[in-house]
Design a protein around this ligand. Structure first.
Ligand SMILES: Cc1ncc(COP(=O)(O)O)c(C=O)c1O
Length: 432
């Protein structure tokens, strides 16, 4: 069949679908007298497109209009979200203009801080963990069932919000050196919070171990209603799978499958593994690059296959190992979620605190983007990679959370944002 006639048949089919959708929308609107300006506008847009479509003679214009109408129909069908869980995923992909202009590459960021429940990529993971437990009958709403988690903050905030929405309680164990606004937020979401001394994983009071113990204690206590569920973000399959089925496919669609590199930090490793597993199955030549903060062993693991010098091994140092103000990424053990995608990580870039601090300020100063420490690390690494690859490449990374969650710690170190006269150049930031 001729290419042109095939497109006209598809066009006629879509036209039929669109007319039916438009009719349904209109009749239900008149029945219920819904005063919804948005759907009115969508309806008008659809009609305009349909009349435009019927007048088109040129194949390329027709193709473009079909794509446009398809996306409008999708938006029309999904414009009402089903609870706060419906606001998780489908985050925008944004071009960072200043970094793209400087490097000659397209630097694109997935705005994960726009996930609607806990405002970070951990919304996807928290929802996945809760749904998996519900499917297995391990959580029953309004029974007193409580989700326990060890987290530096983001996963706890996402779990606490989603638990509220679905009738569970949340109990969060976190290191006491994390920004105080994270535990304040958890308390406002009605979670129980235990801030504990930072400790290596071999210590039973380390925040992850403590959460596991608390969950078991709850289940064993017959005086306490419900059961305890240990969310276990570092080891659970639900973590990397949330990015394999969500973040990865979204990036692939949003870039039309055209990208050269994906850059991400790793805390549990769920994001980098899940995204890498999906994207590399579609794009075998894609470069996956880890962005790693000071004190983390992952950089050496990726670059040289060894995690650390034996004297740095977790549990053998007396002081807290990850000496950085960057929160959420960097770790000194290989978790299941990192391990599952480990072989797909091609390279690693080390980013220090000064670079992250300067980048956070740069992004506000030049792009009006206000983010937290791990996002700043990602942007430094993506810019460094762009300089190495040279102009003309497309690089995707993540903006994980807002700077609002880091005011008292990371952002307290950032020089005031006050206009171009205080500018630090990107050369200086990358070389700092
Ligand atoms: C703010 C922030 N960014 C990035 C990450 C890292 O993501 P992942 O655990 O998937 O490696 C985390 C993890 O907790 C985080 O809190």
């Amino acid at each position: 069949m001729l290419d042109q006639s095939r497109y006209y048949i598809i066009g006629a089919f879509l036209l039929g679908v669109a007319l039916t959708a438009a009719h349904n929308q209109r009749s239900s609107a008149s029945q219920q007298e819904i005063e919804n300006a948005t759907s009115e506008r969508q309806l008008k847009q659809q009609h305009n497109l349909l009349s435009k479509l019927s007048k088109i003679n040129d194949l390329d214009t027709l193709k473009k209009s079909l794509v446009e109408i398809e996306s409008l129909l999708e938006k029309g069908a999904g414009s009402i979200k089903d609870g706060i869980e419906g606001c998780i995923g489908d985050t925008p992909l944004i071009k960072i203009k200043s970094l793209s202009e400087y490097t000659g590459c397209e630097i694109l960021v997935k705005a994960e801080f726009l996930n609607g429940a806990g405002n970070s990529p951990k919304d996807r993971v928290a929802l996945g963990i809760i749904q998996m437990a519900e499917e297995k009958g391990l959580l029953i709403p309004h029974s007193g069932d409580t989700v326990y988690e060890g987290t530096v903050g983001s996963t706890g905030i996402s779990l606490a919000a989603i638990c509220r929405a679905r009738g569970y309680k949340a109990h969060i164990c976190m290191p006491n050196d994390m920004a105080i606004e994270k535990s304040d937020l958890l308390l406002k979401l009605g979670a129980e919070v235990e801030r504990v001394r930072p400790a290596p994983i071999v210590d039973q009071n380390q925040f992850v171990n403590l959460a596991r113990t608390r969950a078991a204690e709850h289940t064993a206590n017959s005086d306490k209603p419900g059961r305890g569920l240990f969310a276990d973000q570092f080891e659970t399959e639900a973590n990397w799978r949330a990015h394999f089925t969500g973040t990865g496919p979204e990036i692939y669609e949003q870039t039309g499958g055209s990208l050269d590199a994906f850059v991400s930090g790793a805390g549990t490793g769920g994001t980098i593994s899940g995204v890498a597993l999906f994207l590399k199955s579609k794009l075998p030549n894609l470069q996956v690059v880890l962005a790693d903060p000071p004190g983390s062993g992952l950089y050496n693991r990726v670059k040289y296959g060894v995690m650390f010098d034996p004297k740095e091994k977790e549990g053998t140092r007396r002081r807290h190992q990850v000496d950085t103000i960057i929160e959420g990424i960097g770790i000194n053990r290989v978790t299941h979620n990192f391990d599952i995608g480990r072989e797909l990580i091609d390279d690693a870039i080390r980013v220090n605190d000064d670079q992250a601090i300067a980048m956070a300020r740069w992004l506000v100063e030049h792009d009006g983007i206000f983010v937290g420490s791990s996002s700043a690390v990602n942007c430094v690494a993506a810019t460094k990679l762009a300089k190495t690859l040279g102009p003309g490449h497309r690089i995707v990374t993540l903006l994980c959370d807002s700077g609002a969650r880091h005011l008292s710690k990371f952002w307290a170190n950032v020089e005031p944002v006050g206009g171009a006269e205080n500018d630090v150049s990107l050369e200086k930031i990358l070389g700092a």
